[in-house]
Design a protein around this ligand. Structure first.
Ligand code: MN
Length: 326
């Protein structure tokens, strides 16, 4: 399929590059490093070769979210966004941008999101999970009350918020002790991000801000497979919900969440996501440079879904969600 649009597609600054080193064996690092730092050359050539018209770009992970000093996080987010804006300006027909945000300071995050959307023309934000604030061993999730003004700003700007994975901190990762292979994209990313998403659904923020739009990668971090049981549990036991939100969590999942194919090129999993959220809430993505553009495209171009759905997922949904002029 020609004209595909991807929205979990990363780059790195020299200052954030090292954050990505642990995710590949040492002998692959030179390759990943060169992929992360390239913007206009090899990336564009691969996009041309595999029918990708556009990438909505974002900084690598965890980057800003792993900087406990709020002032430093704010400064680096701003510089990363300015750098990205300049790269996008060279090829706005092929690249658009997600803002990196200093969630350590909710006020600063609001101001940076507004600046990026209104002044730089960014299409939304991509944030790498919880933020460390004040000290390294701290985890702040965005259902907390101090983030509700931020959600109000995101809703008013009418731009999506991509909740991207990061690993849990060692102090919260006892379950993985002795099993380091379960960290990262293998398992811990999905677990961490799915629980964060469920916290958002349960806290009631979508009752107050019903037009909020949240994007999850990796075909929903396992949530399409688990969301029915979240709401039903042992259904013969009648108990009222034990969370502040007014509806079933699946209602928010279907209304306020969009899922991308980033890093999850599996037909069975796509079909499950289609059955849970429908073709209007699914979007194509690669997860470049951690995954291959050809792996994503070769699978998606041939996957056994209707041509109408392929067009929606590959392109049309992104044009609508991000108000792209293509
Ligand atoms: Mn990613």
């Amino acid at each position: 399929m020609q004209g595909k649009i991807g929205l979990e597609e990363h780059f790195a600054l020299a200052e954030t590059l090292e954050d990505s080193r642990p995710f590949v064996p040492p002998d692959y690092w030179p390759e990943l490093e060169s992929r992360l730092l390239d913007m206009q050359t090899r990336r564009l050539a691969l996009m041309d070769q595999y029918g990708m018209e556009m990438m909505i770009l974002s900084l690598n992970a965890p980057a800003i979210q792993a900087m406990p000093d709020a002032a430093s996080a704010t400064d680096l987010a701003r510089r990363a966004n300015d750098f990205l804006a300049a790269e996008v300006a060279r090829r706005p027909d092929r690249f658009q941008a997600f803002a990196a945000l200093p969630m350590q300071d909710p006020d600063a995050a609001c101001r940076e999101l507004e600046r990026c959307v209104k002044e730089l023309g960014f299409r939304g934000a991509l944030v790498n999970g919880f933020s460390q604030i004040g000290k390294a061993d701290s985890m702040f999730y965005y259902d907390l009350p101090q983030y509700w003004p931020f959600w109000s700003v995101a809703e008013a700007l009418d731009v999506p918020f991509y909740l991207h994975p990061r690993n849990p901190l060692p102090s919260a990762a006892q379950i993985y002790e002795g099993h380091p292979w379960l960290l990262g994209p293998t398992w811990a990313f999905g677990q961490e991000t799915a629980v964060h998403a469920l916290r958002l659904m349960a806290c009631g923020v979508f009752d107050k801000h019903p037009r909020l739009k949240i994007i999850l990668g990796h075909l929903g971090e396992g949530l399409p497979y688990g969301i029915w049981r979240v709401d039903n549990r042992n259904a013969w036991v009648k108990t009222p919900p034990r969370y502040p939100a007014k509806k079933k969590l699946g209602d928010y999942f279907r209304a306020n969440f969009w899922l991308t194919t980033a890093g999850n090129f599996r037909t069975q999993t796509l079909i499950d996501a289609l059955l849970e959220v429908g073709a209007d809430h699914l979007l194509y993505s690669t997860d470049w440079p951690f995954e291959n553009i050809d792996h994503a495209a070769d699978w998606f171009d041939a996957v056994s879904i209707s041509e109408a759905d392929r067009l929606k997922i590959g392109r049309l949904n992104a044009i609508e969600l991000f108000k792209l002029k293509l």
